[in-house]
Design a protein around this ligand. Structure first.
Ligand SMILES: Cc1cc2nc3c(=O)[nH]c(=O)nc-3n(C[C@H](O)[C@H](O)[C@H](O)COP(=O)(O)OP(=O)(O)OC[C@H]3O[C@@H](n4cnc5c(N)ncnc54)[C@H](O)[C@@H]3O)c2cc1C
Length: 342
């Protein structure tokens, strides 16, 4: 592989995004090391064109052709940095596949990520929206994030605090959006893990598996089984998981909503805040299973928008706007998109 990455022109991104939108990138390149990326930045190519850093393409919606450079991060490597009696510090390259990394950790007995099994995408993207599932967020296991400044080419380390993690949120989605390419993530994982079984579905799955005292491997297995049964496989049906975030409202608003809609699904967060289940709101507006051409709402999961084949990104986005409008009209609640619209 040459040090300077090859640049392809008019490159189809169809198999590089899980919505399977046939967007064409004017330029496309793959970088397999930090040196590669530094070299590329030094060439000035990223200053001449709009650019997009791409991981597994599982949290993106292309709404047209991309008129700049797509930089696909594919560096690999997992390194154990330190080990004590209780914990282990592991650094993983951004281009590692997330589920393969979780599986590696589970097989080694490193606990903390097992509830996040089978989330699509790469390690480098996990801090961006602080991925979460089944009662766990990745921020709880992240120690630091290493990223390159796209302008200067400087490699910087961000502590967990500097990442400013929130619900499906971090500094990389806000102040630093599009300014850094994440190269690696360092995790602190537990050697005597505390298992997280708060989510009812995990308990049910484990009891169906007749497991009373689960290991992290059992939890990973249970999570994979639940995800296989509930979520559409992007290989078979284009989607990017939950299209919207669960909205957070003030307690007073939540109380008013509960008076009018007694069956509303909500979770108290403390601090007078309440999280509402976006899927429930969408379902109440009649969108579950809706289809317009090849753009649709999944028949079992109202939060998941799907591409039945030849939908364009604009078709999906139009549907997303219609859903947002109807939820706002009925409940007065604004739904924010979780997926990155490009
Ligand atoms: C079926 C399905 C289920 C899902 N379930 C969940 C879930 O349970 N929980 C959850 O949190 N998410 C879930 N997701 C969303 C998605 O898997 C995650 O957000 C994942 O972290 C995205 O990773 P990616 O590598 O595919 O990112 P991409 O889609 O490639 O990129 C996402 C964003 O990050 C940027 N980016 C990517 N890599 C880098 C990098 N190295 N440096 C800087 N910026 C970068 C991109 O520019 C883009 O803005 C699901 C998606 C699908 C399809």
């Amino acid at each position: 592989m040459p040090l300077f990455p090859e640049i392809k022109e008019d490159f189809s991104l169809h198999s590089f995004n899980t919505f399977h939108i046939d967007s064409i990138a004017r330029y496309f390149t793959e970088v397999n090391s930090i040196e590669n990326l530094k070299e590329f930045i030094a060439s000035g190519k990223l200053n001449e064109n709009p650019f997009l850093v791409l991981g597994g393409g599982s949290n993106l919606l292309f709404t047209g052709n991309f008129k700049g450079i797509v930089v696909h991060i594919i560096n690999k490597g997992i390194e154990i940095i330190n080990r004590t009696d209780d914990s282990v510090i592991v650094k993983a390259a951004a281009g590692e596949n997330w589920h393969e990394f979780v599986t590696y950790c589970v097989n080694q007995g490193f606990g903390g990520l097992e509830n996040l099994s089978l989330i699509p995408g790469n390690v480098g993207s996990c801090p961006i929206q602080n991925i979460g599932a089944y009662g766990v967020e990745v921020k709880d296991s992240i120690l630091s994030v290493e990223a390159i400044d796209i302008q200067s080419g400087e490699l910087l380390a961000f502590s967990k605090e500097e990442c400013r993690f929130g619900y499906r949120d971090s500094i990389f989605k806000r102040d630093l959006k599009g300014k850094f390419a994440i190269c690696s993530v360092t995790f602190e994982l537990k050697l005597n893990p505390v298992v997280h079984l708060e989510y009812g579905a995990i308990k049910q799955e484990l009891s169906a598996m007749e497991i009373g005292n689960p290991t992290i491997a059992d939890i990973s297995k249970a999570v994979c089984a639940i995800r296989h049964s509930k979520l559409p496989d992007p290989k078979l049906l284009g989607n990017a998981g939950s299209f919207f975030k669960n909205p957070t409202v003030n307690q007073k608003i939540a109380e008013k909503l509960t008076e009018t809609f007694p069956r509303i699904v909500s979770y108290p967060l403390g601090n007078e805040k309440v999280k509402l289940a976006a899927g429930w709101l969408i379902e109440q507006c009649g969108w579950k299973g809706f289809r317009d051409g090849d753009a649709g709402v999944h028949e079992n999961q109202s939060l998941v928008l799907v591409n039945y084949g030849n939908a364009t990104g604009s078709n999906i986005l139009t549907l997303a706007h219609r859903i947002q409008n109807s939820v706002y009209e009925r409940f007065g609640v604004k739904l924010e998109m979780e997926v990155n619209v490009i």
